[in-house]
Design a protein around this ligand. Structure first.
Ligand SMILES: [Zn+2]
Length: 478
């Protein structure tokens, strides 16, 4: 029997009440009236012999004043008097009723106040660099709120590995696969969540801090430079994979001219059949072509500019050399960065020794170390960029190669902007649609590309001659 129960029982005995039932015991802190209070009210409704409800303190009804007042008036309607055992105040008299209502309001004020205190306590923790949310994966936690101490555990070391892999450009789902054998089972979404959590580079962000980023007291898993690098890589990746641009519907709109009257062609869709057309807007001209045809013929035209297959090894070699030249230029830069980094480290060592023997005071020491560390972080950021650049070199070559070899494909599968760039590059003076010949007419194509086209043409012709021979052979056979 707790104090509250004892208090109520003593009061009832002193007034000569017969106790029918005892409700409560667990603390009612929720905003809605608790199950216990509801049970008590329904019992009072059923049993007409109940005349009084004794509470130790009025605020025991509900923490929300509005609700508690409702409960009080409901009980009053049933003719039941509420008595506060602690003070003897009852709802029997108007003064008593008012006092109890005031008390209920005070209780709510106290409760609201407690919430603010709780919030400001958490905010205080965060502002002081102590994380007070759920324990982040990879850390152990000792102590509570502001005294919480975080230490890196075995999982933390695995997370560090995940960050390193990301810096090497490994995809999230592969990181998830690779870390699984070490006993860490994560979805690729969970991997993403970890890789974007600044807690791991020693920073604290929280909506309570309203955008402020606080230097955390916990040991970081990775440097800030490394974290930034990972964010760069992640944003680059999403740029490539998630925002796949829609292919434009009318890339040739206001670009191709009608040969009859030199007017730019516009485009429209016949909605009933869902077929796209280009048409000349000149009055009286009836040039009207389906988009399918105009696009197909354009791709055909672009194929003239494709690099001849026989010259592929030559092209590949050229691109390789251009890309490698880039690489040879980066090598001395890498050496410089590494040299600077070791210089900083040496300075750091000297500084530590001098502080150790009392040559310099703590302030000078910590300032110097801090500025050196910042320099090292910046160098690391640059170094990590080179690392990925080098591993991407062969990808670059492949990409350039593919672009040179298939302009038609590139034109049809690019954004409107890129498609138009290709168009303007190839035919800087525009292109005409010749209705009579049912094909394009071009003037002044890009000269460099014309050379390719001629080369390509030469090879194609040779091949066609051979093909023709084959057909004639067949004919002879048939
Ligand atoms: Zn026309």
């Amino acid at each position: 029997m707790d104090d509250q129960h004892r208090l109520c029982k003593a009061y009832a005995e002193s007034q000569g009440f017969e106790i029918k039932a005892y409700h409560g015991g667990t603390h009612e802190s929720a905003k809605t009236p608790g199950v216990l209070v509801k049970a008590m009210i329904s019992e009072a409704k059923r049993d007409k012999s109940i005349t009084h409800i004794i509470v130790s303190q009025a605020d025991r009804f509900s923490r929300s004043a509005g609700q508690a007042i409702n409960i009080v008036s409901e009980l009053q309607r049933l003719g039941i008097t509420i008595v506060e055992a602690m003070t003897g105040m009852s709802t029997e008299t108007p003064e008593g009723l008012m006092m109890i209502q005031v008390k209920l309001c005070m209780a709510q004020w106290d409760n609201t106040n407690r919430t603010t205190k709780f919030v400001s306590g958490r905010k205080n923790c965060l502002k002081n660099g102590v994380w007070c949310g759920r324990r982040p994966l990879g850390y152990n936690k000792e102590g509570k709120s502001i005294n919480a101490k975080y230490t890196i555990n075995a999982t933390g070391k695995l997370i560090r590995k995940m960050f390193k892999w990301k810096m090497e450009g490994v995809a999230n789902h592969i990181i998830a696969d690779r870390i699984r054998p070490y006993g860490l089972d994560l979805s690729k979404q969970a991997v993403h969540k970890i890789l974007t959590n600044p807690f791991y580079c020693g920073l604290i962000t929280h909506k309570m801090l309203e955008g402020e980023v606080v230097e955390g007291k916990h040991p970081p898993l990775i440097s800030k430079a490394e974290f930034l690098r990972v964010q760069e890589i992640l944003s680059g990746r999403t740029g490539v994979y998630t925002h796949k641009k829609e292919t434009p519907k009318f890339p040739l709109k206001r670009y191709v001219r009608c040969l009859e009257d030199n007017s730019l062609m516009t485009a429209y869709t016949v909605k009933k059949k869902n077929i796209d057309y280009y048409k000349c807007n000149h009055i009286g001209c009836r040039t009207n072509v389906s988009a399918k045809k105009l696009h197909a013929k354009y791709e055909e035209l672009l194929r003239c500019f494709d690099f001849p297959k026989l010259l592929y090894p030559l092209l590949r070699d050229c691109i390789d050399r251009i890309v490698q030249k880039g690489e040879s230029e980066t090598k001395p830069m890498l050496a410089t960065l590494r040299k600077q980094r070791s210089e900083c480290e040496n300075k750091m060592k000297t500084c530590k020794t001098r502080y150790g023997v009392g040559d310099i005071d703590e302030e000078v020491y910590s300032l110097t170390v801090q500025s050196l560390q910042e320099k090292i972080d910046k160098i690391d950021l640059e170094l990590s960029k080179f690392k990925t650049d080098l591993s991407n070199l062969s990808d670059d070559t492949d990409m350039v190669f593919a672009t040179c070899c298939n302009l038609a494909h590139l034109w049809r599968n690019s954004s409107l902007e890129t498609s138009q760039k290709i168009q303007n590059l190839l035919f800087p003076d525009g292109i005409f649609w010749d209705k009579q010949n049912d094909n394009y007419r071009t003037f002044n194509a890009n000269e460099a590309l014309v050379i390719i086209a001629k080369l390509s043409d030469g090879y194609k012709n040779k091949k066609e001659v051979r093909d023709e021979n084959l057909t004639s052979n067949f004919k002879m056979c048939g």
